[in-house]
Design a protein. Structure first.
Length: 341
């Protein structure tokens, strides 16, 4: 059973060498009376929060999550798996489930936190790591619940081509908003405008004067900012917000691994422009999951939503795929395919 192990607590941005591939010879068997299930892991989700969990717990990050990765043990994340053996009457051999699993080929799990996948919903299984999973719920709750969007408003999204951003942009377009995204390469910018239907987009790595880029795209200002990166981007956006604008703080990936975080100079604008800025966590909205599925499935079925995935094959390529998130290597939702069946 191949596994991906955290060598030691990570300082700074995670590197491929912080993770190790090992082969465990422990035989995995479901014990009678354990209510556990044995699964084969097919798709593993690569998510930015996993980088935070590779570091030593500290008071600020522990406010969000209480289970950090343990040096010497496998890292864990959301995965799609096939049930091989079960001691839980609600799961049978051959069922597909999604939920938290260790990064390994086979896992024994307590399935109380896992969702059974309905195979009548005709979508790729990998969707349960993205559009039909945690990033999908994040985009849905973060946009509709936190941003209070209205038709015709102007919306800006950073890290716009990623797992969450690409959906927020499409939700905003479906609502009749004017939507602009920023991303870190020409290929991503083209994707936003040509494939995902954004009205405009810019490459923040080439266009260093973010304030000018925002003024060009939003001559009358921004009603809604969907924040994924933080730091200098937030500083420039604050200057371009309209009065009574809303900022949904989904993430601040540029700040997670800095020893000294960037100073945001323009925070007084929040008061001057009477902005509302709110952070949120997807798991706070888990009770909305059935409503979210009801909302999103017809759009997928009618081809009104596109979801771009970046699938890397082989557990041994997992460390590179995961740390690549922090360099913008992924184009769309980053997924690791451990096995196709
Ligand atoms: P993405 O698929 O967007 O991948 C991360 C992207 O972030 C990269 O591709 C890169 O895109 C960008 N990025 C990486 N490093 C930097 C940097 N230093 N400065 C600017 N941009 C950077 O990830 P997700 O869609 O899964 O997540 C997006 C954000 O949402 C993250 O901040 C994440 O932590 C957060 N999140 C929060 C959740 C919640 O519950 N609140 C749940 C899920 C995600 P580019 O090439 O465009 O720079």
């Amino acid at each position: 059973n191949k596994q991906v192990i955290l060598k030691d607590y990570v300082k700074g941005s995670p590197k491929e060498s912080d993770l190790l591939i090992v082969s465990s010879t422990v035989e995995l068997k479901v014990k009678p009376g354990s209510s556990a299930i044995l699964v084969k892991n097919l798709y593993l989700s690569c998510d930015p929060y996993m980088g935070i969990l590779m570091g030593e717990p500290n008071p600020s990050t522990s406010a969000l999550m209480d289970v950090f990765f343990v040096p010497g043990k496998p890292i864990a994340g959301i995965g799609v798996s096939r049930v091989i053996d079960s001691d839980d009457p609600t799961f049978s051999k051959g069922d597909f489930v999604w939920g938290t699993v260790d990064w390994e080929e086979y896992s024994i799990i307590n399935p109380t936190g896992s969702f059974k996948i309905d195979l009548n919903i005709n979508v790729p299984l990998s969707y349960y790591t993205g559009i039909l999973g945690m990033p999908g719920l994040t985009a849905y709750a973060g946009f509709y619940e936190i941003c209070s969007p209205k038709k015709g408003e102007t919306v800006f999204i950073s890290a716009a081509s990623g797992a969450v951003g690409q959906l927020v942009g499409q939700f905003a377009k479906l609502m009749g908003c004017y939507v602009v995204g920023s991303a870190g390469s020409k290929e991503k910018v083209d994707l936003l405008v040509q494939k995902l239907g954004f009205d405009d987009a810019f490459n923040y790595k080439e266009e260093h004067d973010t304030d000018s880029a925002l003024k060009r795209c939003f001559p009358k200002g921004i009603d809604i900012y969907f924040e994924n990166v933080g730091g200098k981007m937030l500083d420039a956006v604050l200057l371009n917000m309209k009065t009574y604008g809303r900022i949904s703080v989904c993430g601040m990936i540029s700040q997670y691994h800095l020893e000294t975080r960037d100073i945001v100079h323009n925070l007084p604008v929040i008061m001057f422009k009477r902005l509302r800025m709110q952070g949120f966590a997807s798991f706070d909205f888990i009770d909305r999951f059935p409503k979210f599925l009801e909302f999103i499935l017809p759009y997928i079925k009618d081809g009104k939503l596109t979801y771009v995935e970046d699938i890397v094959e082989g557990l041994e390529n997992g460390p590179a795929a995961l740390v690549g998130l922090f360099r913008g290597q992924n184009i769309g939702k980053q997924i690791l395919e451990v096995s196709r069946e």
